[in-house]
Design a protein around this ligand. Structure first.
Ligand SMILES: Cc1cc2nc3c(=O)[nH]c(=O)nc-3n(C[C@H](O)[C@H](O)[C@H](O)COP(=O)(O)O)c2cc1C
Length: 222
């Protein structure tokens, strides 16, 4: 593999938010997960446990989370209330504009935005989703390890020709997820990853994000 091949792989991954219902060949899912095992982590502790939920089990979980969203407030294991200010807010708005623009949802269309958000909880209709947990007692340092695991996995899925999207939204109702998966209290739900075959006709998949220039994030000390 050349550096250019790797660059192409990284740049061809993008968030997919509309899927065909066709299940993915289990061998391809297994292959992507086998690759993701090789993500690095602090002291090689590999602080991730992953639950793969598919088909009707995923739809049932989605229905339960959507009902919870319509009747109460989220209670994520890790609070999701950090305000994004300044340049971070600008970038957040940029990604929202790209998504809602592609879907034809106006800025003041609160109902449209709410409906678009709820699609998150059904994993955007994907046939599969992975729920990524951090063991009890682990915190920010180990959560950084999870970021590497998630990106490695999404790149492996991209290499398999599959679409994926990381979803903090799938961690908003951890008690419901734990109950559906038969888990006790303890493992912290950090993020979900919906994946499957992309529906090329879904308008959400026309969204494209940009990135900061290198000079905006890098300080050189020669
Ligand atoms: C940890 C994490 C959580 C995310 N949560 C969500 C989410 O809940 N819903 C969603 O639609 N996109 C979510 N995203 C996708 C980001 O919006 C997306 O990665 C970003 O806008 C850049 O776009 P790209 O993935 O197409 O390059 C998440 C991404 C990451 C890395």
């Amino acid at each position: 593999m050349t550096p250019e091949d790797f660059d192409t792989l990284v740049r061809s991954r993008r968030s997919v938010r509309g899927y065909l219902p066709t299940p993915v060949d289990p061998a391809r899912i297994e292959a992507a997960l086998q690759t993701a095992l090789w993500a690095p982590s602090n002291c090689n502790v590999q602080p991730w446990t992953v639950h793969l939920v598919s088909g009707e089990r995923l739809r049932a979980l989605g229905r339960a989370m959507i009902e919870a969203a319509q009747t109460g407030r989220p209670h994520p294991d890790v609070p999701m209330d950090t305000p994004y200010l300044g340049i971070f807010r600008e970038r957040q708005i940029g990604s929202a504009k790209a998504l809602y623009g592609a879907m034809g949802i106006a800025r003041d269309d609160r109902e449209g935005r709410a409906a678009a958000f709820l699609r998150n909880l059904d994993a955007f209709g994907a046939p599969h989703a992975l729920f990524v947990f951090l063991p009890e007692g682990f915190g920010t340092r180990e959560a950084a390890d999870l970021g590497g695991f998630v990106q490695t996995l999404m790149l492996a899925l991209t290499a398999q020709g599959l679409g994926s999207v990381a979803q903090g939204a799938l961690s908003l109702y951890p008690d419901i997820v734990r109950a559906h998966l038969g888990l006790g209290v303890g493992p912290q739900l950090m993020v979900g990853i919906a994946f499957g075959h992309e529906d090329p006709a879904h308008p959400a998949n026309a969204a494209r994000t940009d990135r900061a220039r290198l000079s905006e994030i890098l300080t050189r000390h020669d």
